[in-house]
Design a binder for this molecule. Structure first.
Ligand SMILES: Cc1cc2nc3c(=O)[nH]c(=O)nc-3n(C[C@H](O)[C@H](O)[C@H](O)COP(=O)(O)OP(=O)(O)OC[C@H]3O[C@@H](n4cnc5c(N)ncnc54)[C@H](O)[C@@H]3O)c2cc1C
Length: 353
């Protein structure tokens, strides 16, 4: 059902994300070495009219690979960059907190849903600029991109085969596997600010870490719009892709509802998070409908009817057991979206409940 947004909003305060974005509109610090351009007000107005904001109906469980999560106050799908900017502007103008969602394959949504607007990103294009030089919309499927590039004889994104996220989500998370990560293949990233300005950031000016991107703390960024990847030729890329896909099929709980690795691999002891969890005997352990996979202990499954509370409790218990036995504090890779999340998604060693 498409509804008009009310003029009076249900929030009695300016949430930090909206406040931050409004400030950034007044003070648009140019990032060094970036190209900046704007969409005209006329274009924005046109695309805003085309947006369907759905009120209190959309269930987040339908937007997440875990299949967990209650309703969000507002939901809107965007298929092109002007729509994305319009949706963000609308949220900022009306002090509605918002979150961009790609494929929801790294998010744990709450049973209480999200008291704000979920902007579902479907900006889904792929351009081949020159051999090995691909520009993808941030809503393009990362798995598909990895398979296409590798089959076309280019190396750098073979690991993306089997990762069920979008390009935007993968870059935001700096997704990686098998010794490769997104950051290594990026040439430049186009972002949009809340003020509707587009900037093209060069990879060389950005610093990434293990499952960490600079976008998590970038003051005036509202969303990643498109990413250009520069890949090298390789006769081995297709075979490598197939090998990685084959390895996933036997080592991961394919066909079950999960969000990939729940924890980052710790650097201590040389053991992976999955090995630590297995060593404390928690493979197959369950809380309600949430279960540690018996195939890969760092994958937690919604075995049917799991609530976010089940999953959070399971995460908490696993962390405690691993800490008691090994003195290692596991850190979440998945992001928990609090119903009143306002700007920084809770993760990494913060209490999960
Ligand atoms: C079966 C399975 C296997 C997986 N394997 C791997 C793996 O091998 N390696 C790995 O690293 N991960 C893996 N994952 C986790 C996940 O797929 C990746 O992190 C993925 O890149 C997330 O993309 P997404 O579009 O689903 O992001 P979402 O879950 O939708 O969002 C994740 C975060 O990114 C932000 N975001 C998304 N799009 C944008 C945008 N356009 N602009 C700004 N912010 C944005 C969101 O706000 C959120 O904070 C796996 C998950 C599953 C279910």
């Amino acid at each position: 059902m498409a509804l008009r947004l009310p003029e009076t909003l249900p929030f009695h305060y300016l949430s930090p994300i909206s406040y931050r974005l409004q400030q950034s509109r007044r003070n648009t610090n140019p990032v060094s070495g970036t190209r900046i351009h704007c969409i005209s007000n006329e274009e924005l107005e046109q695309s805003r009219r085309g947006l369907n904001f759905v009120r209190d109906k959309k269930l987040l469980r339908d937007l997440s690979t875990w299949g967990i999560g209650g309703p969000c106050s507002y939901f809107v799908e965007v298929f092109e960059q002007t729509q994305l900017v319009s949706a963000i502007r609308y949220c900022c103008d009306h002090s509605i907190r918002f979150i961009i969602v790609g494929n929801g394959s790294n998010c744990l949504f709450d049973d209480y849903g999200f008291d704000g607007c979920v902007i579902l990103n479907r900006i889904n294009f792929l351009e081949r600029i020159e051999p090995g030089f691909y520009r993808a919309g941030s809503g393009y499927l990362f798995n598909r991109l990895g398979v296409q590039c590798s089959n076309e004889g280019f190396t750098g994104l073979e690991f993306a085969g089997g990762i069920p996220g979008t390009v935007g989500g993968a870059v935001y998370m700096n997704a990686g596997a098998n010794g490769q990560e997104s950051a290594d293949a990026i040439d430049s990233i186009e972002i949009v600010t809340a003020g509707g300005k587009f900037r093209t950031l060069k990879r060389a000016d950005l610093s990434f870490g293990y499952r960490l991107s600079p976008f998590r703390n970038m003051e005036d960024m509202a969303a990643i719009v498109a990413v250009t990847f520069r890949l090298g030729h390789s006769a081995l890329s297709k075979g490598r892709l197939q090998a990685y896909l084959g390895r996933r099929r036997i080592s991961q709980p394919v066909g079950e509802r999960n969000a990939g690795s729940v924890f980052k691999n710790p650097l201590e002891l040389g053991l992976t998070a999955g090995e630590l969890i297995e060593k404390v005997g928690l493979k197959g352990f369950r809380v309600g409908g949430a279960m540690v996979s018996s195939i890969h202990a760092n994958f937690f499954i919604n075995s049917g009817g799991s609530t976010s509370a089940d999953m959070l409790e399971l995460i908490h218990l696993v962390k405690e057991k691993v800490y008691q036995k090994f003195g290692i504090q596991l850190k979440e890779e998945i992001l928990y979206v609090h119903p009143n999340h306002n700007g920084s998604i809770q993760t990494e060693n913060q209490p999960v409940m």
